[in-house]
Design a protein around this ligand. Structure first.
Ligand SMILES: Cc1ncc(COP(=O)(O)O)c(C=O)c1O
Length: 455
């Protein structure tokens, strides 16, 4: 058992949240795919490091040297966790979006980038902006995916730089993509491959060298290190001669009145003062995930994912979204709708009356939502009138069977009896309790925060 109160404790595991009408309940966090809680071990490491936190690189003080060692050492830990080759570069970014934009800015102008409409916007829009993007339809099966990519890459004229940009696991359906086969296919056609590992890296082993991947992008906040860091990891070529992503201090070897010489990797693309704590926290998360074992994590999360789908199947009128037939390999993510009810209302009722945290909307994957929910009768608009929305429950370390059962029981109740409280439309398609008598935690006052909570 690697979850719950076992080997991998998460910060806030026993957090109680207020309910409308009074009372509190332990928060059932089913929103890991958006942002995962910090691992307790990550938090402990960050606290141990904090007194040593200081400027990195050119600071002469002992603290600076310790902080520099921690920051630079974090690259090796992240590279090792991802099975990187010794010469793979690890460039710290803000998140996956930042990492993919960085790669998009570095690749040869007008590279042909082949992708699909399954992708998160972070793995669609940068290619549209900087390159020749070919976005294939949502594949009905993994075999169709491979065939279509094979056909499309085969039509790209020889000598034209090309890239396959694919997800490791869908942030809507959880379906795990056949990245070993995709890498082999890309390389057979002389293309490179980027894998968006935002949803894969926290839940499954990623082996860059073993799978022969060129680049992977990932986010610390989805892998239990919510301190503002992400990374682009992979081949240095293509990145080492490109103009710096952020021109400024740190990315230059020298500057004169006439010009400047950019420095090498990884500093070349890390202009400005880096997020030392974020990188350190990400490395701490990698170490802890390695200690627990990604295979053990995958086994436990498959078990919980099976339970989630089984319990959701018991809810009358619930439609779960999937693009591939049968029982494909999935990380612990399920998107669904309930009886044609407004997804934003269901999500708010789950929170306000049951203390359950899920996500609703279109999950920054509008083309995919249009494809999968569009065929379902009674779909409700999500982010925009023409984009369907849904509800998403997602799991990770710290998830418990009890959380899944609470979700299923609450959905059964909402489906049969509807909400117990009253609600009104909030801003931007949201739904809010009316009135909302839940008190906000005291610290929100101290930082002057404003939230829907307590209002
Ligand atoms: C598959 C996938 N790719 C990319 C991203 C973007 O990640 P970030 O918001 O951390 O940049 C997400 C975020 O949900 C995602 O799920």
């Amino acid at each position: 058992m690697v979850t719950g109160s076992g080997a991998a404790e998460v910060v806030g595991a026993e957090l109680n949240v207020p309910l409308v009408g009074g009372g509190t309940v332990r928060y059932a966090n089913l929103d890991y795919a958006a942002s995962a809680p910090a691992l307790a071990s990550v938090w402990a490491e960050v606290q141990a490091f904090l007194p040593w936190y200081s400027s990195v690189h050119r600071g002469a003080g002992f603290r600076s040297q310790v902080a520099t060692a921690a920051y630079e050492g974090a690259r090796d830990v992240v590279r090792g966790f991802l099975g990187g080759r010794p010469d793979d570069t690890v460039i710290f970014t803000r998140n996956t979006s930042d990492a993919i934009n960085l790669l998009a800015r570095c690749l040869a102008h007008r590279t042909t980038v082949v992708t699909t409409l399954v992708e998160h916007h972070a793995n669609l829009l940068p290619w549209r902006r900087y390159h020749t993007a070919i976005e294939l339809p949502v594949p009905a099966t993994p075999a169709e995916l491979l065939d279509r990519f094979d056909d499309t890459l085969g039509r790209i004229p020889g000598g034209q730089p090309s890239l396959l940009a694919v997800t490791g696991a869908s942030n809507v359906t959880g379906e795990v993509w056949p990245i070993a086969e995709l890498a082999a296919l890309a390389h057979r056609h002389g293309a490179r491959i980027l894998v968006d590992c935002a949803q894969l890296a926290p839940h499954r082993a990623v082996d860059i060298a073993g799978l022969d991947l060129d680049w992977v992008a990932l986010s610390g906040h989805k892998m239990y290190a919510p301190f503002g860091s992400g990374a682009l990891v992979g081949r240095p070529d293509g990145l080492d001669r490109a103009d710096p992503y952020l021109a400024g201090g740190g990315s230059v070897a020298w500057v004169s009145a006439q010009g400047a010489a950019w420095t090498g990797l990884p500093d070349r693309h890390e202009g400005g003062s880096p997020n030392v704590i974020g990188a350190f926290a990400m490395a701490a998360a990698c170490s802890e995930l390695r200690r627990i074992g990604m295979d053990a994590i995958a086994v436990e999360e498959r078990r919980l994912g099976d339970r989630l789908r089984a319990r959701l199947a018991e809810v009358p009128g619930l439609v779960r979204y999937q693009t591939w037939p049968g029982d494909p390999d999935r990380v612990g993510i399920s998107a669904f709708s309930l009886n044609g009810r407004d997804h934003a209302e269901v999500a708010t009722v789950l929170s306000a009356e049951h203390g359950i945290g899920v996500r609703s909307g279109s999950f920054c994957a509008h083309p995919l939502l249009a494809h999968i929910a569009g065929g379902v009768e009674g779909w409700r608009p999500g982010c925009g009138e023409d984009v369907p929305g849904a509800i998403r429950a997602s799991l990770g370390l710290g998830s418990r069977e009890e959380d899944i059962d609470r979700l299923a029981d609450a959905l059964l109740e909402i489906g049969v009896h509807g909400p117990r409280w009253t609600y009104r439309a909030g801003p931007d398609g949201t739904v809010v309790p009316d009135p909302d008598d839940r008190p906000a935690p005291a610290f929100l006052g101290s930082v002057g925060g404003a939230t829907g909570a307590g209002r």
